[in-house]
Design a protein around this ligand. Structure first.
Ligand code: FAE
Length: 528
């Protein structure tokens, strides 16, 4: 199973959205020649795979993580957040949770080194959380499916026709992702969302607007969880290490549909390390096959007519920056590696009074945000996040997306042979100031204080990590207006690397819709 190609969806056990899938097909081997190779199976990769296969093109996805379709000894595919095991964490001997401490104690746990689902990739000034496996970030994320505000989208991507985006590609993305909204009557009464109602009440008392946020978690399934009719997932402490049910991750949507065409192969536990022009035409793609402990067991080279980079903002940028610096793809634009941002991510917790409890039972799936984006003094969109600890904590936790204008660049380090990211933690100060303006006001009104025990021993702001890496290969700068890499016909960027640093909301709907737009054009014009 470890390193074979397979058809996604065929073996997914716990989902009601699994669509019929084609028979499993073999993994890529050295010497293979393929028409289309996609690096990575997150949002950009899944959209690309679906639309190429629907257009009749044999498509080969290469994914460094494993396929999450086989239960472990406990009968579950994924482990929960309160009892993490090796499945939780990418190639590390300890978990590395965003909320790392509680009341003076570290809460990370030792685990066996394994190709687990959540990676926290460390750069000198920031840690970047990413999902690993077939489905990329969709396996580990909170499912919040937010279409960006049109005015902001037009500001960050002025070369993109926004009519087309808002009339065609955002609706297409939302429909194919399976986005839905919570039943508001149920929301108002269920104990599972007391934390969100408390977060809303305290925000509104300080004059801040709040809004419901759509999600790809099936809220009808969640109601059944609450009623005790089905196995709990979102109500069972599962999310960042994967959901065993309820969440429409990409393996249940885009990739399952692509697989059903019979034209898709996914080669798992293979990490692409090099893309070079092939003799004649096309590109030689070199990849390392790894085992479940991350050891390299083989190196392969496959030739592809077209290569789609969809390894995520960090993965794609690292590959392209290294290829340019090493003279393998020397004609790439000087913009490659530039324009990276953390979507302004800042996390913070507040301590509520005892009469504003947040509940011992908390859904892991966020549904409510504080929308202060249009306030120039404190432009933030803050998700009211759960802290499902299984006991009453009185904590209101927030993941704020701030309008922090700071950006960074990826650079090849010839000393280490690795790619560094120039982001310095101090670049978060502008984001902290924006978030602080909002939460100081709430604290003042409520007579409450910040929690300083969640991100370290005494540390108020979760400003040392991001969930939302964006940019590094920005559309219409490092690529043309459709993700084509200048100077190299047949090379494309399809993922979050295209988005210039900050999309003002949780990013996967933007990434998906942009990929839909670009692949539409590429299939129409380049795939003959
Ligand atoms: P991504 O989904 O990261 O996919 C890239 C794939 O490429 C991964 O599967 C990698 O394993 C693979 N890969 C990388 N390098 C290589 C290589 N060299 N060779 C082969 N494969 C490779 O990229 N966003 C929201 O909109 N709403 C949320 O609620 C939300 N919550 C989040 C919670 C967490 C804990 C995390 C980590 C992220 C969250 N995000 C959320 C962010 C979202 O998941 C992210 O923006 C997208 O997954 C990015 O999509 P890409 O296609 O760019």
């Amino acid at each position: 199973m470890a390193a074979t190609g397979f058809a996604v969806g065929a073996a997914a056990l716990s989902s009601t959205w699994t669509s019929a899938a084609a028979a499993p097909r073999r993994a890529l081997n050295s010497g293979d020649r393929v028409p289309a190779l996609v690096i990575g199976s997150g949002y950009g990769g899944a959209v690309t795979a679906l639309r190429l296969t629907q257009a009749g093109i044999d498509t080969h996805v290469v994914e460094m993580g494993r396929s999450w379709d086989t239960p472990g000894a406990d009968g579950k595919i994924f482990c929960g957040m309160l009892n993490p095991d090796k499945r939780s964490t990418w190639l590390s001997t300890s978990t590395d949770q965003p909320v790392s401490n509680f009341m003076g104690f570290g809460i990370n746990k030792s685990v066996d080194k394994y190709v687990g689902v959540l990676d926290s990739e460390k750069f000198s000034g920031i840690k970047v959380y990413q999902g690993r496996g077939v489905g990329g970030g969709s396996l580990a994320n909170g499912g919040m499916a937010v279409t960006p505000k049109r005015a902001w989208f037009e500001e960050i991507l002025p070369s993109v026709d926004s009519n087309e985006m808002y009339n065609t590609f955002f609706p297409r993305a939302n429909a194919t992702l399976g986005v839905n909204t919570i039943d508001q009557t149920w929301f108002e009464s269920t104990p599972w969302y007391q934390f969100a109602r408390t977060g809303r009440k305290t925000a509104q008392r300080s004059g801040f607007a709040t809004t419901f946020v759509p999600n790809v978690y099936d809220f009808e399934y969640m109601k059944k969880e609450a009623a005790g009719q089905v196995t709990k997932s979102g109500l069972g402490g599962e999310v960042i290490y994967g959901n065993n049910a309820g969440k429409k991750s990409l393996d249940k949507t885009y990739l399952a549909q692509a697989s059903a065409t019979g034209k898709l192969t996914i080669t798992t536990l293979h990490r692409v390390t090099k893309v070079a022009p092939a003799a004649g035409a096309g590109y030689d793609v070199t990849m390392e096959q790894i085992d479940e402990q991350g050891n390299v067991v083989a190196t392969k080279t496959v030739t592809a007519d077209k290569v789609f980079f969809a390894a995520g903002s960090v993965g794609t940028s690292k590959l392209l920056v290294a290829m340019k610096a090493q003279g393998i793809l020397p004609n790439l634009s000087g913009e490659v590696g530039e324009g990276w941002g953390n979507n302004g991510n800042i996390m913070v917790g507040r301590a509520n009074h005892m009469w504003d409890a947040t509940g011992k039972d908390q859904a892991t799936i966020p549904t409510m945000g504080i929308d202060n984006w249009s306030d120039p003094a404190a432009p933030i969109f803050a998700e009211i996040a759960p802290l499902p600890a299984g006991l009453e904590t009185y904590v209101s936790l927030y993941l704020a997306i701030t309008k922090n204008p700071e950006r960074a660049r990826f650079q090849f380090n010839s000393g280490t042979g690795k790619v560094d990211l120039s982001w310095a933690q101090s670049q978060n100060q502008k984001g902290i100031d924006m978030a602080k303006a909002v939460f100081d006001k709430i604290n003042q009104k409520e007579g409450t204080i910040y929690r300083t025990d969640l991100f370290g021993v005494v540390k108020t702001w979760g400003d040392h990590f991001t969930y939302h890496p964006l940019g590094g290969c920005v559309l219409n700068k490092a690529t043309d207006n459709y993700g084509r890499l200048n100077g190299y016909p047949g090379l494309y960027v399809m993922d979050g690397a295209l988005v210039p640093g900050n999309t003002g909301v949780n990013p996967f709907v933007t990434i998906t819709a942009l990929a839909e737009r670009n692949i539409d054009k590429i299939i129409a014009t380049d795939m003959h």
